[in-house]
Design a binder for this molecule. Structure first.
Ligand SMILES: Nc1ncnc2c1ncn2[C@@H]1O[C@H](COP(=O)(O)OP(=O)(O)OP(=O)(O)O)[C@@H](O)[C@H]1O
Length: 843
């Protein structure tokens, strides 16, 4: 902005009204963009703002402006500008010819216009820059979380893919064996050799060898390639394993077989039929390019051979080739490396092909009678891959070993001697070591003899563990090579058989057993679920039906409650009637007093009576206490005291609190006769008597009065008859009955007789009472009877059910005295019978 200061004359030279139209009418383009356009092409330099500003900068040597006091300021400005333009006579600075031609006021106004437009543009540029910066920040803020999320997802996906792919490969086997049989060569055909190998087109994992004795031997491998299968077919099966190397797994592919069986052909191939080496690298490049947006791969290729247990670098210069001594060393990460080995970085498959060709040329080959160009060494191509993920920055290294082994042959057969014999011995030794390592790996031996040969030592980090190993068992179909073929197939079967044999099978068996168990569990679980579902449905049904029952019961309870209320009302009515009846009785009793019996004729009172003796009797009694009054108990005749004096103080108990509590009723005494309930009586009676009792209709209930600690039993008078039927009671009752005073009037006895036979429950009894038919039959003087039952019912309905004490069979009493004692002892309370006209005390 400091440089722009001089371009800002408007501060000092405000544009006049005349100048503005002049600027517009000037031939200069009206907009800044259009102005810059003509300047740019004519300028040899790019039209950047900085360059435009340069000439106007104050640092430029401007000529001194002659100041004149007289001259107006505008004129001075114009002159100074003109001078400046003339001084800067450089097309690069003031390129526009129109501007150069301008003079005086035109020039100054043009410059002013340019300056102001430039400034405006600069401002716009600055604001745009700010805006773009803001947008960039906003974009980063918005996209960063999404990006992070995507990054996480991608990483997870990649790991999952890697895992699944690895699992897939492992399921096929970490050590896999392919068998490849080459076609019969023209020489072999010429020699009259025939094929001893049979292939089943439907089975690509089996082959049969016809032995010399015409017997057929079958071999199974992971895949079998026949003479008709080309390199494409082989690579199709091989490349999935190769791809694992890009996921960080070490892979080793090697070809094993007798001399001339086609190992080199499979691994290296020919220019027309490229082999596994080339195709593998081609695949690696293809996949790496596909992943180049997220992964960066770096490929380094080394090529070496193990010849007579010596490592030779096939990519080294020919001069170094012999002099360099290479050894296997363990590096920091625990893997094996060969320091000094040439590692050629390759960026494309063409580079790889060149390298492979060069290395192949350096390989030790010799002529044997089995193969004109027999490989006398193990050739190893090592592809080291450095991988880096752009997403999470993860880095790893992996290796792919492509090994073309030297031909396994029987020394005697190829008739070698001297150097060739030595080579063969080394070859066989290293192959044997390789076989041992694979066997140890397959049988999960804790010790793997990697160091027994240079070959196995080199491959140590790529054999076993997570590494994928693929073996090509190369065979010749010729009948002349039958023995060698069988040897190679047996070795390959051993490798595969052990891996897929006992150890693998054991694992498989364990897994299959697990799966079987899980399946069984699953089936059981399903059955259980089905069973539970069924029982659940059943429960639902049951619940629904119970709910219905519950509803019905609830309705019944409601009905019962309603009925109970009705009965309660009836009870109240009856109580009122009773009160009225009592009033009437009292009034009538004043005039109809029962004739007194002479005292001498009266039997001694042994039990409680509820009858108040007349005043005359009381007088006699007070004069000579012969008998106790009500609530009296057994006389103590044996004691030395007065024989007629009662043992206990006479007392009375009111046993009808509910009756008393009826509102609006006069206070009265309600006594209820109490007798043992039916069960007790049955227990106390002999069996014969019990038989009679079964037919009698008896209703009894017990009321416990906690405050008074007494028990009352309501019993109808009719039920007393069987009790009185015992010999003892007969005597007593007959005595009582013989007394004209104490004999119940015939009417009263009739009242207490049950009207309906076989009444089994209070409810039934109440029903009978409440029914209009029966109510008519029941006479008015049976009110007491009704009340008895009403109270009884009321107790039944309103009071909670009291558990009856268990009856002790030993307490059965057959003696009247004992029974009486028991009754008195147990209840110790007065028992009263309510009657319509009077009260009768009974024992
Ligand atoms: N599948 C095949 N199809 C056609 N020709 C084959 C095939 N396999 C091998 N050959 C030919 O058989 C000959 C011997 O093959 P190769 O050199 O690959 O054998 P080798 O096992 O490498 O022998 P050595 O161990 O002695 O090196 C070569 O001429 C090769 O072209």
């Amino acid at each position: 902005m400091e440089e722009q200061a001089p371009v800002m004359p408007p501060s000092r030279l405000p544009p006049s009204e005349e100048e503005a139209p002049m600027a517009l009418s000037s031939p200069l383009p009206p907009t800044g963009e259009e102005e810059e356009a003509p300047i740019a092409p004519s300028s040899p330099l790019p039209p950047t703002g900085e360059e435009e500003e340069a000439p106007i900068a104050p640092s430029s040597p401007l000529p001194p402006i002659e100041a004149s006091v007289e001259e107006p300021a505008e004129k001075k400005e114009q002159d100074s500008l003109k001078n400046m333009i003339q001084t800067l006579d450089d097309d690069s600075f003031i390129p526009s010819p129109i501007l150069k031609a301008a003079s005086g006021a035109d020039l100054s106004s043009a410059l002013l216009l340019i300056g102001s437009k430039y400034n405006t543009l600069m401002k716009i540029h600055a604001s745009l820059q700010d805006e773009s910066e803001c947008l960039r920040k906003k974009c980063i803020e918005e996209c960063e979380p999404k990006y992070e999320n995507l990054k996480k997802k991608y990483t997870a996906e990649r790991e999952e893919r890697k895992r699944l792919y690895n699992e897939l490969i492992e399921m096929k086997g970490n050590i896999r064996v392919f068998c490849r049989c080459r076609p019969l060569s023209s020489e072999e055909i010429a020699r009259g050799c025939s094929s001893v190998v049979d292939f089943d087109p439907a089975q690509d994992t089996e082959l049969r060898i016809t032995s010399s004795d015409s017997s057929k031997k079958q071999f199974k491998f992971d895949h079998v390639f026949g003479p008709k299968d080309d390199q494409n077919a082989v690579s199709m099966e091989t490349l999935p394993i190769v791809k694992s190397v890009l996921d960080g797994y070490n892979v080793c592919i090697f070809a094993y077989g007798q001399t001339g069986a086609g190992k080199t052909f499979t691994m290296e191939g020919t220019p027309e039929n490229r082999g596994v080496n080339y195709r593998s690298l081609e695949e690696l490049f293809r996949v790496s390019e596909k992943r180049n947006s997220i992964m960066r791969y770096e490929f380094h290729v080394s090529m070496l051979e193990v010849y007579n247990e010596k490592i030779r670098d096939l990519l080294a210069d020919s001069s170094d080739h012999l002099s360099k001594r290479l050894e296997i060393k363990q590096v920091a990460d625990g893997t094996q490396d060969v320091p000094g080995l040439v590692e050629a970085q390759v960026g494309s498959i063409n580079e790889v092909w060149d390298i492979l060709k060069n290395g192949g040329r350096n390989r030790s080959v010799g002529s044997t009678n089995a193969n004109e160009l027999s490989s006398r060494s193990h050739c190893l191509v090592r592809v080291s891959i450095k991988s880096e993920s752009f997403v999470d920055g993860q880095k790893w290294r992996s290796k792919l070993w492509l090994v073309d082994l030297a031909g396994s042959e029987r020394v005697g057969k190829i008739e070698v001697e001297g150097e060739r014999l030595k080579e063969s011995q080394f070859i066989n030794k290293s192959l044997s070591a390789l076989g041992d390592v694979i066997s140890a790996l397959a049988s999960k031996n804790p010790h793997i003899p990697y160091r027994n040969s240079k070959l196995t030592h080199l491959l140590q980090s790529s054999l076993g563990g997570d590494c994928k190993t693929l073996m090509f068992a190369q065979i010749s179909p010729s009948s002349a090579d039958l023995g060698e073929t069988l040897c190679s197939l047996n070795f390959a079967s051993r490798v595969r058989g052990i891996e897929h044999g006992p150890v693998r099978r054991q694992t498989d068996l364990a897994e299959s057993f697990k799966i079987k168990q899980m399946t069984e569990k699953l089936l059981q679980g399903e059955k259980e679920v089905a069973r539970l579902n069924e029982s659940l449905q059943l429960m639902h049904l049951k619940y629904a039906s119970r709910e219905n029952v519950f509803k019905t019961l609830q309705e019944k309870i409601r009905d019962a409650e309603q009925t109970s209320k009705n009965y309660q009302n009836k009870v109240r009515e009856l109580e009122n009637q009773l009160a009225d009846a009592k009033k009437v009785t009292k009034e009538t009793a004043k005039f109809q007093k029962p004739p007194l019996v002479p005292i001498k004729q009266r039997p001694p009172l042994r039990k409680i009576t509820n009858l108040l003796p007349p005043s005359s009797y009381q007088t006699i009694r007070s004069a000579k206490p012969v008998q106790s009054k009500e609530n009296d108990v057994v006389e103590n005749k044996t004691s030395g005291k007065d024989p007629v004096k009662p043992l206990f103080k006479a007392r009375r108990i009111t046993l009808a609190p509910l009756v008393r509590n009826v509102p609006g009723q006069t206070k009265r005494r309600a006594s209820i006769a109490i007798l043992p309930d039916l069960t007790e009586r049955m227990n106390t009676l002999p069996e014969v008597r019990q038989q009679n009792h079964i037919t009698s209709t008896t209703q009894s209930s017990q009321i416990r009065f906690p405050r008074r600690r007494s028990v009352a039993t309501f019993t109808s008078i009719s039920e007393t008859a069987p009790v009185a039927a015992t010999p003892q009671s007969k005597v007593r009752f007959s005595t009582l009955a013989s007394s004209s005073k104490y004999r119940s009037p015939p009417l009263a006895q009739a009242v207490w007789k049950p009207k309906v036979a076989n009444i089994s429950s209070p409810r039934q009894r109440l029903r009978i009472i409440s029914s209009p038919a029966n109510s008519e039959n029941i006479s008015a003087h049976s009110t007491a009877n009704k009340l008895c039952f009403s109270v009884q019912k009321r107790v039944i309905v309103n009071s909670p059910v009291q558990p009856k004490p268990p009856i002790n069979p030993r307490s059965m009493m057959f003696s009247q005295i004992l029974r009486d004692n028991e009754i008195v002892g147990r209840f110790g309370e007065a028992r009263r019978v309510l009657c319509k006209n009077r009260r009768q005390s009974v024992i």
